[in-house]
Write a protein of this length. Structure first.
Length: 187
């Protein structure tokens, strides 16, 4: 955390989380125009909303915690990868958190509910993309976006699949944190 400038943006009761999502120009096969765009601004806000429920920022009044998500290679699911990586980075940096957030993309493609859609699957005409982020212990949903049409039964199946995926990602996040501190402890 650092002091937030300009000062009129400061909150005397709690710290502020600011997220910045960006994709490098070489991250996709067709060169992406560098700099901010509407999609990046939206995903930045979505990332903030997904992470805020688990952060304990009250002990940092008038401060800001900046999170920068830079995507260097993209094949769909970048917002989910960014949210999971940002949660891990915040925990590793020692920012107080109630829990880790894990995110995964699920969707319905050609009548089947799938997890971790790739670009090819996302681009199918009738495909539905559902990024979901959840807390690790209580599995509370902190993000659920829906792009496309989906029956309630399929949505419930997608959420069930996302819970399983987020559990696996959460275990990987926890292992990465423990391994990082093991190496520090051994030095």
């Amino acid at each position: 955390p650092r002091e937030l400038h300009p000062r009129f943006l400061q909150n005397p009761e709690t710290g502020i989380l600011r997220c910045n999502y960006d994709m490098t120009s070489f991250s996709v096969p067709e060169r992406k125009r560098p700099g901010p765009n509407r999609r990046g601004v939206e995903i930045s806000l979505v990332t903030e909303k997904a992470l805020l429920p688990v952060l304990e920022l009250k002990q940092f009044p008038n401060a800001v915690v900046d999170v920068f998500v830079e995507i260097v290679q993209a094949n769909a699911g970048t917002r989910c990868a960014g949210i999971s990586a940002a949660a891990l980075a915040l925990a590793h940096a020692g920012i107080p958190m109630k829990d880790l957030v894990s995110a995964v993309s699920v969707g319905k493609v050609s009548g089947k509910v799938l997890i971790d859609l790739d670009k090819e699957e996302e681009d199918v005409d009738d495909a539905t993309d559902i990024p979901i982020a959840m807390t690790g212990r209580k599995q509370e949903i902190t993000l659920l976006q829906l792009d496309g049409n989906l029956a309630k039964k399929d949505l419930m199946e997608a959420i069930k699949l996302a819970k399983q995926g987020c559990e696996k990602i959460n275990k990987i996040q926890q292992k990465a944190l423990k391994d990082a501190y093991k190496s520090v402890k051994n030095e």
